[in-house]
Design a protein around this ligand. Structure first.
Ligand code: HDD
Length: 712
């Protein structure tokens, strides 16, 4: 996928055409609502052709505007009402169309039709989001990411509204408004935007120790994903799958990306928030446009009903994972995103998810967080989308027919025929009629669960251990991942103004997770390190879960990576060709960056166009940087502060750097040390194997300590 400006244009046009061909039953359904103004007259909303859209009607060319100007009034009125309330959480998001494909007939597990046939494809619309920030906030903040999927199944819509971390901050929905008020920008000054490094967040989570597990995930690299394509997705709660014999199994839903689970480094994430606040949405859109369709494997962890109580945690507690070492993931199918939305507002903004949207073969568990969510989502759409008919908005409509006796309401578009809007009726022949439950195509039937209990406002004792799983998480991380967790707590708490909150986090939360972690953070904050836990933490059997470390979730290819080649006059023609061929072969995007946008003359005096400039395409948006042999290229770089900074920054962010021929001389004058990722040789061909390995490894972690001294 090597691109220069010209091929980029033509490949984008080609990809656009391919994009359009990626149709599903849902994208075809949306076609009837799409509006194309090409070749059309400009008209008012009432269909009147407009002769002048530049001037309002006035009393004389220099006189006041006239109230009778219906064209002016219509245009301004519509404009005045263009905005709708943003989502209270997950306001910043981006979405794509695609499909889910079942690997097999999973009827033994669930009677859900979309899982019932090998190769069966079901249209999906997937929205990714950050949680804390408003619609216009930056993509790369430290935050949990939403991962919400709408399956348009033949039996109705199924919404799996998950996150990229497998646990949540609270155990009971009644605490959700408190949690959100604590993490959102503070009420007196609406600061900070997009992050959790502030007093109210840490005040709440240090008083509410059930948050400890989700918080340590949020302080890990998972909360600064490299791309939305490189995150896992989790349904978080335990759900039920039910087969046609009525047998139910508990399940956890997990999405694992083919692209690997990759993150940014913290300094890079912060810089990206300024240099390219749209980094994640741009990346997703571009990947799809270029035909590099992101893919996830969809799997479930299955627990028999009889094993519900066989773990040292409660499977109804949303602050707990079920370690893969205890219950492995059974793959059920794959998710492919292959088409960008046509219009952001109509599709991405107006899509309305609700965990209560399920289909026959799926059911809820009694997780008290899930139970509360079932109410909240539809309720919020009433104010966000303005009334009870939001299911009629094209992106929200099922692809199967739907008829019932619900009527009217604001913005109703369905024109219901007939006189009888009630059930039972004899006037309209009794239609629409109920469908009894059945193995296939049946009516929905809730799982036949026996409940025999007192009505009580109490939390189960089985939810009371808040520390053994955060400890398991910390123990499962590689050394560099642990260091990042220490650094993240230290950074965030360093922003907390009240010392007693910092101390409470260290002494009453971190000490119970891991004393070494607590001591390191305490030292960074200038607090006396705690020497003992503040509560007794139960010993759990599993001490480490390798499946939790991103180090074990790397991709097996370099497909989709992005490389910058810094181009100066006199660049060696053969080496440039070799680098482009390498990129093409491994499906890597390469951009040639000049000092200016002007073409560059090669050593053989060929004038080549550049794809961008060193200042316009910052190193933080690339996975690797290459400086190829050229006539005194090392001298050109040393004279250009932006180019030197480019290399420093890529080095500091632990990226692969290739210096060939004359460029290798830079190692004599710059404080950069050769390592597994800083590769130099006489020719590009000689570095290919090492470069490929470095790209697959994602970062040169061994460089981290050395890179600390680099001023970038
Ligand atoms: Fe939520 C949006 C995920 C708990 C109430 N949530 C929302 C979105 C995601 C999640 C991905 C964005 C959907 C979209 O793209 O439109 N939420 C979760 C997860 C949770 C969770 C994984 C715990 C496991 N949420 C949760 C609770 C409540 C809510 C406990 C309330 C009791 N969530 C909402 C909401 C939102 C929402 C206020 C805002 C906009 C919307 O629903 O449509 O109703």
């Amino acid at each position: 996928m090597a691109v220069n400006t010209d091929t980029k244009k033509s490949s984008a046009a080609g990809a656009d055409a391919a994009d359009k061909q990626n149709t599903t039953a849902k994208t075809e359904d949306l076609e009837q609502y799409r509006s194309d103004a090409t070749g059309q007259a400009l008209r008012s909303n009432q269909g009147v052709k407009v002769s002048d859209d530049k001037n309002s009607l006035r009393a004389g060319a220099r006189g006041p505007s006239l109230l009778e100007d219906f064209l002016l009034r219509e245009k301004i009125t519509h404009f005045d009402h263009e905005r709708i309330p943003e989502r209270i959480v997950h306001a910043r998001g981006v979405a794509a169309h695609g499909y889910f494909e079942s690997y097999a007939n999973h009827a033994k597990l669930s009677k859900a039709g979309f899982l019932g046939e090998k190769g069966k494809q079901t249209p999906v619309f997937v929205r990714f989001s950050t949680v804390q920030g408003p619609r216009g906030s930056a993509d790369t903040v430290r935050d949990v990411r939403g991962f919400a999927i709408k399956f348009y199944t033949d039996e109705g819509n199924f919404d799996l509204v998950g996150n990229n971390i497998p646990v949540f901050f609270i155990q009971d929905a009644i605490k959700f408004p408190d949690f959100v008020h604590a993490v959102k920008p503070e009420p007196h000054n609406e600061v900070p935007t997009g992050g959790s490094a502030h007093d109210t967040f840490w005040d709440f989570v240090s008083l509410q120790s059930e948050a400890s597990h989700a918080v340590i995930w949020a302080m890990s690299d998972r909360a600064i994903p490299k791309s939305l394509r490189t995150m896992q997705g989790f349904g978080v709660h335990t759900f039920r799958l039910i087969n046609d014999e009525g047998v139910s199994k508990f399940v956890k839903f997990i999405w694992t990306p083919k692209q690997g689970v990759l993150s940014l480094v913290w300094d890079e994430a912060q810089k990206l928030a300024g240099k390219d606040p749209d980094f994640h949405r741009r990346d997703l859109g571009n990947a799809i446009e270029q035909g590099n369709y992101p893919e996830w494997e969809f799997g479930v962890q299955i627990i028999d009903e009889k094993d519900e109580h066989s773990f040292d945690f409660d499977i109804l507690d949303p602050t707990k994972i079920i370690p893969e070492e205890l219950v492995p993931i059974t793959p059920l199918g794959k998710l492919v995103l292959n088409r960008n939305p046509e219009n952001f507002f109509a599709e991405t903004e107006q899509v309305a998810f609700c965990p209560g949207h399920i289909v026959p073969g799926i059911d809820f568990s009694n997780d008290p967080l899930l139970q509360g969510r079932l109410f909240s989502y539809t309720d919020t759409q009433l104010s966000r989308l303005g009334g009870p008919n939001f299911h009629e908005i094209p992106i929200n409509k099922p692809v199967c027919p739907f008829h019932n006796n619900q009527r009217d309401g604001i913005h109703r578009t369905t024109i219901n025929k007939g006189q009888a809007a009630y059930e039972p009726n004899s006037i309209d022949g009794g239609w629409p009629k109920e469908t009894p439950p059945a193995a296939k195509d049946g009516g929905f039937e809730s799982y036949y669960e026996r409940i025999d209990a007192h009505k009580i406002r109490e939390r189960s004792d089985s939810f009371s251990d808040h520390f053994s799983q955060p400890r398991l998480f910390y123990n499962s991380l590689s050394e560099h991942e642990q260091t990042h967790v220490v650094n993240a707590y230290s950074f965030e708490l360093g922003k907390v103004q009240r010392t007693f909150i910092r101390e409470r986090v260290v002494n009453e939360i971190l000490s119970n997770i891991d004393l070494d972690l607590a001591a390191k953070v305490a030292t960074n904050l200038g607090i006396t390190p705690p020497t003992k836990q503040s509560v007794a933490v139960p010993e759990i059997k599993l001490k480490s879960s390798p499946a939790l470390s991103q180090q074990n979730l790397l991709p097996d290819s370099a497909k989709g990576k992005k490389i910058a080649i810094l181009a100066f006059a006199g660049i060696a023609d053969e080496q440039l060709q070799a680098a482009k061929a390498f990129a093409e072969k491994h499906e890597i995007t390469v951009m040639l960056l000049g000092e200016t946008s002007a073409p560059v003359n090669t050593r053989k005096q060929k004038s080549i166009a550049v794809d961008g400039t060193i200042k316009g395409e910052p190193s933080v948006t690339f996975d690797a940087v290459i400086v190829l042999d050229g006539d005194d290229v090392s001298g050109s770089i040393l004279k250009n502060g932006a180019a030197v900074h480019y290399l420093y920054e890529a080095y500091k962010h632990l990226k692969a750097i290739v210096l060939t021929g004359d460029a290798a001389k830079l190692l004599d004058s710059l404080p950069l040390k050769q390592d597994a990722g800083l590769i130099s040789n006489s020719s590009f061909n000689a570095v290919e194997t090492e470069l490929l390995a470095a790209l697959k490894a994602h970062r040169v972690w061994d460089r981290e300590a050395v890179a600390e001294s680099i001023p970038a």
